[in-house]
Design a protein around this ligand. Structure first.
Ligand SMILES: Cc1cc2nc3c(=O)[nH]c(=O)nc-3n(C[C@H](O)[C@H](O)[C@H](O)COP(=O)(O)OP(=O)(O)OC[C@H]3O[C@@H](n4cnc5c(N)ncnc54)[C@H](O)[C@@H]3O)c2cc1C
Ligand code: SF4
Length: 552
């Protein structure tokens, strides 16, 4: 890997190497620019995927050297529902390693639908919310969805349905086979007149671009993929960026400030290295791709006399319109073994309730996905049916039986963007580096909660129609911190109502770009990553054009 000296002014510093940061690194370096990627997390098993642990305890142990997720002890966050509440310890974690969230994600790769880019127009604005149209259309983004699907490697089936985004090209590899839970979802859905489609996944089903297809190991989401079947940034775009000889990935580099000069232009990024020394990496321009929550925190920490409220925050909107992501679910036991713990997490989905329907009496929609996936310890701790024995031989028998006979319908639903829901800096709690911890303030809109209950009930109906012998459904809760976080630096044409413009350039700072989940104006039906990746390809193309024209 080519390395740069921090004093050397590179063309671009990219903060974060995840879904968006990886794509930006590849596109900018292959276009001929020098790039340093500063990544807070470690290398994970980059280049040594076969060594990813499938040990459930070890995988979630923060002291593990190659940890893949953020460390809740050294990187704490706090949480409150409203400004009136006292903060409590938070639970927000995210993928924190080279490759970011894509190393451990479930891989569901849904596109936003065309009308999801202008719901304020089609559904109408909703009082008290920030539901707004995007500054770009689906038609503008469509080529980049296709590019992302083919460059990253998505499996799926192009379907002709009003509930699924239209595609100009097939997926590069076929969808994962229907699992037992998918077949049962189909049975139940058919009895209720509903439509089931295969879910698009960032998991390849056959060899593609030198990587192996999925071997259905069953320790999937939350774990690294040991055969490189999961199309993470770590095995797709980042290796190409490194091959150019113009890109350095600097791991264990925790960026805490983006400094500006007297003209208000950013000059690079200041980070803590592994030895806890503060280092300035100089750059002509900075791309922040640190994910929706950390990007906002970093901008808010980057205060200066010119930007006393945080960098690029003249609108006061950095951190606001946070959408954490809510889910509703229901579980069922079936007479025959399903063996659904094998293979990938999510396969098939009911899509009929994707659009909002005013006849329901509230705004909201979502996708219902079939799953049976449960890792052994999580099943034992929280996955058994109500009334199951919790001790001794009966407990063991319940574990054995339910691991084989259980399926879940998990519904990924809408969450309205509210200005009051936000990331900011906790005035009291500090992280292990002495920096302000992230404070999350989030309470979903009443429509979001009614929508969750709607999906919970629909899930119960489908499981019953599919013939479940026992069905149970926990009350759906309002999220306190999900890795599907979106919003916080929304894109828009009006500098007073958004943080970046339609090309991801900060309204306030000409050589600062924000490209990640923070830009989403509305959250879609929850799964954000495919849209983040398409946006990144589009942002990179426009950034290269602007750089070549001397406009950065
Ligand atoms: C277990 C799990 C399952 C998921 N399943 C799905 C799914 O099925 N479908 C879906 O659409 N999404 C899923 N997600 C969410 C998905 O991972 C994110 O939407 C996506 O990765 C966000 O992309 P991003 O580019 O915004 O940020 P990320 O991919 O999170 O990348 C941000 C990177 O920036 C780094 N960083 C943060 N702060 C700093 C700093 N100050 N200095 C330097 N580096 C920093 C982080 O360590 C991280 O590597 C899942 C996430 C997890 C954790
Ligand atoms: S189930 Fe497939 S994609 Fe998931 S970790 Fe195992 S081999 Fe990789």
């Amino acid at each position: 890997m080519r390395t740069f000296r921090p004093q050397e002014q590179v063309d671009f510093v990219i903060v974060g190497s995840g879904a968006a940061g990886g794509i930006m690194a590849k596109q900018l370096s292959t276009a001929g620019y020098s790039v340093v990627v500063l990544e807070r997390g470690g290398w994970g098993k980059f280049g040594h995927e076969q060594d990813y642990t499938k040990d459930e305890l070890l995988n979630s142990n923060p002291s593990q050297a190659d940890m893949l997720m953020s460390d809740p002890v050294r990187m704490p966050n706090t949480f409150r529902r409203t400004d009136r509440d006292r903060t409590v310890a938070g639970v927000h974690s995210y993928g924190c390693c080279v490759g970011g969230g894509t190393v451990t994600y479930g891989g569901s790769s849904w596109r936003h639908l065309p009308w999801e880019f202008n719901e304020a127009t089609t559904v109408g604005t909703i009082a008290g919310t920030g539901l707004a149209d995007w500054p770009i259309t689906y038609e503008e983004l469509e080529p980049y969805y296709t590019q992302a699907e083919w460059e990253v490697g998505i499996s799926g089936l192009r379907v002709d349905s009003p509930f699924v985004a239209p595609m100009s090209r097939e997926y590069p590899v076929p969808p994962v086979p229907l699992k037992s839970s998918g077949a049962l979802l189909k049975t139940g859905a058919a009895r209720l007149g509903l439509t089931v489609v295969p879910g698009p996944l960032a998991i390849i089903t056959e060899p593609y671009q030198g990587r192996s297809g999925c071997v259905n190991c069953g320790m999937c989401s939350d774990f690294g993929c040991h055969v490189r079947a999961r199309s993470s940034s770590a095995v797709t775009v980042l290796p190409i960026a490194l091959e150019t000889g113009r890109c350095e990935i600097r791991a264990n580099a925790y960026v805490h400030e983006i400094p500006v000069d007297a003209q208000g232009r950013v000059t690079g990024a200041i980070y803590f290295n592994e030895a806890n020394e503060q280092v300035l990496q100089r750059a002509r321009a900075v791309v922040v791709s640190a994910n929706a929550s950390e990007t906002a925190r970093l901008l808010l920490m980057s205060k200066s006399s010119r930007f006393p409220d945080g960098l690029a925050n003249s609108s006061g909107l950095v951190g606001r319109y946070l959408m954490l992501g809510n889910i509703a679910s229901a579980n069922g036991l079936f007479e025959h073994p399903l063996n659904d713990y094998k293979g990938v997490v999510s396969g098939a989905a009911v899509v009929d309730f994707v659009p909002s329907d005013e006849r329901r009496g509230f705004y909201g929609g979502g996708r219902m996905t079939s799953r049976g996936y449960a890792t052994p310890i999580s099943l034992g701790l929280s996955g058994l049916a109500p009334g199951s024995p919790r001790w001794g031989a009966g407990y063991k028998q319940a574990l054995r039986e339910q691991a084989q006979h259980k399926m879940t319908i998990t519904c990924f639903t809408t969450q309205l963007p509210l200005e009051t829901n936000r990331v900011d800096l906790d005035p009291d709690v500090k992280d292990a580096w002495g920096l302000p911890a992230m404070r999350i303030t989030s309470q979903s809109h009443p429509d979001d909660m009614r929508n969750l209950e709607f999906f919970r009930q629909k899930s119960i109906e489908i499981l019953e129609a599919a013939g479940a012998t026992q069905v149970w459904a926990p009350q759906a809760g309002d999220s306190r911190g999900s890795a599907h976080n979106r919003g916080t630096c929304r894109m828009g044409n009006d500098p007073a109502a958004s943080v970046v413009n339609r090309y991801h350039r900060a309204h306030d700072v000409p050589n600062l770009f924000v490209v990640d989940g923070s830009n989403l104006v509305t959250g879609g039906r929850n799964h954000p990553t495919m849209t983040i990746q398409a946006l990144a390809f589009r942002a990179a193309e426009n950034l290269v054009r602007a750089a070549r024209a001397g406009e950065v």
